[in-house]
Design a protein around this ligand. Sequence first.
Ligand code: 6PG
Length: 266
Amino acid sequence: MRVVTDLEALSRAAAEEFTRRARAATTRQGHFRVALAGGSTPARLYALLADPRRSWRRRIPWAKVHVFFGDERAVPLTHRDSNYRMARFALLRRVPIPPSQIHPIRVAGHRRSPGLKAAHRAAHLYDRVLRRAFATPDRGIPRFDLVLLGMGADGHVASIFPGSGALRIRRRLVTGVSPPGSAGPGGTRARVTLTLPVINAASCVMILVSGESKSDTLVGVLASRRGRRGAGAAGRGVLPASLVKPTRGDLFWIVDRAAAERLPQG
Ligand code: 6PG
């Protein structure tokens, strides 16, 4: 775990690691396949990667980068809540990645905000996209070179929420989910997410955590990873972030001081 001063420092550290991994993967295998995170934390990272005044943009072999998504909300790709839309404006439309190498999670629906059924349909289609892109046999698990994740204050990663059935999936690559509080009118939307087997198959998982609102949960996550019931949020059962354990890969936590303020010192 790397603790840095603030979100800007976190974004720069993540940009350097992203660049390092992209260069190593393209040198080794001719391509770099990354699953981007949604939410707000990675937006600055994406802007730094795309910034022509910075070294990262020119050091990354964009023509060999293949972009996927860790999760998506059940909204059109043009909707203000779409993770794809955020990544497109911050990064994808500003770097020379061939459009055929950008793979959004498309949730088609007949209404402005399709529901869980549309999310499950989209998950099935994205499963095919992944298997085709990675040439994964039907029972295999694609291995991303890098999976970027944020973490919610409840310990969710991607759209794998505490208590969700997604936590128990062992074979499917992608699933539709109903986030907590999504029941009833005006509830939060259905989502589509990579499953833990895919996340944990990655060569590298980088979890970016910023802000005091995550500090209690971070204590719980690290305590439960050490096999102890943590303080605070850990009392609410398994924290999905604590289940991110790449089987044959690296796990990087990059957190800012505000998020790390309740961690045991030293
Ligand atoms: C999403 C993300 C989600 C996000 C966390 C943290 O679709 O919102 O995939 O998992 O990473 O909720 O969000 P913030 O970065 O906005 O705190």
